[in-house]
Design a binder for this molecule. Structure first.
Ligand SMILES: [Zn+2]
Length: 259
């Protein structure tokens, strides 16, 4: 019996050895070499999540900081009502926000305020941008308010501002020595000071036009800005937006006049 089975068992053993040898070549029972798969398992998933989501996060984080209301942003401008600084300035509100000014002129005024503060003089903004409607109101109120009709004042181009010194929380309009100190500071910054005028003497008024006249300005010309490309690279966009706001506030105050 054993002799009969011997050749059969022998051939079966040989077959099994051949299968195992083939399987080893196949890789089925081959020892697992992690090095050749490391790239697939580690490199691929690591590279992907690092690069893409990182870029998305940056964009999402920056977006809210550049979001601005380009339609009704002017409604955020600070305004005051008549007698806010102890003087009759008519029934229409006055815009006191420096953001309503031409960017270059705005920076000059901010510097003037800082420089005066360093000398112990506190300044308040009485009026910055002024609508044609408001200008007409002053014109009707008489020559001590203005000699310019609508479109003639630099306030209507965001290139003039009215300031007043505040002493012990009170606006001081009649201290000529104090006005002179403020005026000189403004002139140091290249601003034109209304304290040099006689009709009307207007010491709270500062303006800058870069040499342009009201006629140039009314034709839409923009004053040349020193080092403009370097310091004000977005000036055209800024002015475009400002003009949009100026039109909107003009419409609002113009509607009040017609009531
Ligand atoms: Zn003025």
């Amino acid at each position: 019996m054993r002799d009969v089975l011997k050749p059969f068992l022998l051939s079966s053993l040989m077959m099994l050895t051949a299968v195992v040898a083939h399987a080893q070549l196949d890789g089925l029972f081959a020892p697992f070499d992690c090095r050749e798969h490391a790239e697939f398992f580690y490199n691929e998933p690591v590279v992907e999540p690092v690069e893409q989501p990182a870029a998305e996060v940056t964009v999402a984080a920056e977006e809210p900081t550049i979001t601005m209301d380009t339609v009704s942003g002017w409604k955020q401008w600070s305004m005051v009502e008549n007698f806010a600084f102890g003087k009759d300035r008519g029934t229409m509100s006055m815009i006191t926000d420096l953001e309503a000014l031409h960017p270059y002129f705005r920076d000059r005024i901010k510097t003037l305020i800082v420089n005066c503060r360093a000398k112990g003089i506190e300044l308040a903004v009485v009026e910055s941008y002024r609508t044609h409607a408001k200008q007409n109101e002053y014109k009707v109120m008489g020559s001590k308010y203005t000699s310019s009709g609508a479109g003639r004042s630099k306030h209507q181009y965001g290139l003039a501002v009215d300031l007043v010194p505040i002493v012990d929380s009170v606006a001081v309009w009649d201290n000529k020595a104090l006005w002179l100190k403020i005026g000189v500071e403004g002139e140091k910054l290249g601003l034109r000071w209304g304290g040099r005028w006689r009709k009307p003497y207007d010491p709270g008024h500062f303006e800058w036009t870069g040499g342009l006249t009201s006629v140039h300005l009314s034709h839409g010309e923009l004053p040349p800005i020193p080092k403009c490309d370097e310091l004000y690279p977005c000036i055209h966009e800024d002015i475009k937006l400002l003009r949009k706001y100026w039109r909107a506030v003009e419409d609002a105050q113009g509607a009040m006049t017609r009531k």
